[in-house]
Design a protein around this ligand. Structure first.
Ligand code: ADE
Length: 232
């Protein structure tokens, strides 16, 4: 898989995609992530990529030409399955969308900025507009990072224990069950007893543990996110 991220702030995105699981996934050859500085595609003497909106509105608008030039250059090299624009008015990002995008071969993520982008880019180049939540960020870089992270970590081999990506919260529209590690019983620094690991997890009965995990997931989902169970 290949992900091309187009941004006016490559210095923000680049270190994120080189670290940890994303960095390792690239070294393992599971994914190529390329970050492009939109200003490299400006024909303006000052490398500008935005201008005032017609109609006297407030704010600046990302112009057609640099984005067109950048995406055209990428498309000349390979075909893209999706050209995604990060925007608070887009379709809400979710685990099913991450799963779906992780099956694509090549995707472009264009990070929005300023007041918006020239409408014609949305009409002619963008195949999908995606929001990571109902709040407004200063730019689309964090949204691109969130999406890239969620997509790459589910690529087979990206995290050591493949099973753990499949048992994540939301993979079955269920929240994850509680997990515990050593010690079996923990007394906190202030002397409070934080309790013990549930016996079932120490029992070695694989089938009963699976059943416990499912019951816990269902109970937590019912309590915290009943909306996820609608239609189940
Ligand atoms: N750009 C600004 N806010 C955003 C959001 N919530 N999701 C995606 N892109 C954005």
């Amino acid at each position: 898989m290949r992900i091309d991220i187009i941004t006016v702030l490559p210095e923000l995105v680049e270190p994120f995609v080189q670290e940890s699981i994303l960095g390792r996934a690239q070294k393992k050859g599971l994914v190529e992530i390329h970050v492009h500085n939109l200003r490299d595609y400006s024909t303006n003497r000052w490398r500008r990529v935005d201008d005032y909106p017609f109609g006297g509105f407030a704010g600046m608008v990302m112009q057609c030409e640099p984005i067109d030039r950048c995406i055209s250059a990428l498309k000349a090299e390979r075909e893209y399955d999706e050209v995604i624009f990060t925007s608070p008015d887009g379709e809400q990002f979710s685990q099913p969308m991450a799963n779906e995008l992780s099956l694509k071969k090549n995707i472009i993520i264009l990070c929005g900025h300023y007041k918006g982008i020239d409408w014609r880019i949305r009409e002619h180049l963008i195949t999908r507009e995606v929001s990571i939540g109902d709040y407004v960020l200063t730019g689309g870089e964090l949204a691109a990072a969130v999406m890239t992270d969620a997509i790459v970590r589910i690529l087979p081999g990206a995290i050591g224990d493949e099973q753990s990506a499949l048992s994540d919260s939301f993979q079955d529209n269920l929240l994850a069950a509680p997990v515990y590690s050593r010690p079996k019983q923990y007394t906190a620094v202030d002397g409070t007893d934080w309790g013990s690991v549930p016996d079932i997890l120490l029992s070695g009965h694989e089938a009963r543990i699976k059943e416990w995990e499912l019951q816990q997931s269902l109970e937590r989902t019912r309590r915290l996110r009943p909306d996820l169970l609608e239609g189940k």
